[in-house]
Design a protein around this ligand. Structure first.
Ligand code: SF4
Length: 169
């Protein structure tokens, strides 16, 4: 008998439990990069400048529990906010599921390994600079946070090991 389909294929975002919702985050840290919105066109540009709370090595928030107190403009992702924002990267687990797509092989819920988001080149680990050192955001516009890397296919042997619970930023 085959295994039942995973929750992200059977539930709407509003139907998910808190743990299920949290686990949709792959831990990439891309949403913790500053974005620029151009007033004349409304266009969005990503930068490689990270929120001061982001650990640039692990791509994790260093104070997730208190992030919204310490960084008041940190956005709390909920099904409602997800319907309003347009700046999540195309690789984001929340955006992917909202768009009716399946999670990629490197998502910890699929691979069972929280490291695959790094080995697949999805996370910001090692690629971002802190807002404390960066200087003007305009000097740090980058296109990679808004793209899904190509040429990084699923390595042989990558498979589901165990279900991981991951925090959202
Ligand atoms: S919320 Fe989305 S973009 Fe942000 S870390 Fe999680 S998966 Fe990545």
């Amino acid at each position: 008998m085959s295994a039942p389909p995973p929750f992200w294929k059977t539930k709407t975002l509003d139907q998910m439990t808190r743990d299920e919702w949290e686990s949709l985050c792959d831990g990439c840290g891309r949403c913790c990069l500053h974005k620029l919105r151009f007033e004349d066109t409304g266009d969005l540009a990503f930068t490689n400048v990270a929120c001061r709370l982001l650990d640039l090595s692990t791509a994790r928030c260093r104070d997730y529990a208190h992030r919204r107190t310490r960084v008041p403009d940190c956005v709390n992702l909920t099904p409602a906010t997800l319907r309003e924002i347009d700046w999540l990267p195309p690789t984001c687990g929340y955006r992917v599921v909202k768009e009716g797509k399946d999670l990629a092989w490197w998502h910890p819920l699929v691979s069972g390994d929280p490291q695959t988001v790094h080995t697949a080149g999805i996370s910001v680990s090692g690629r971002a600079v802190s807002e404390r050192q960066a200087g003007p955001l305009e000097h740090h516009i980058a296109d990679w946070p808004g793209r899904t890397p190509r040429g990084r296919g699923k390595p042989a042997g990558a498979s589901r090991k165990q279900k991981q619970k991951e925090k959202s930023p």
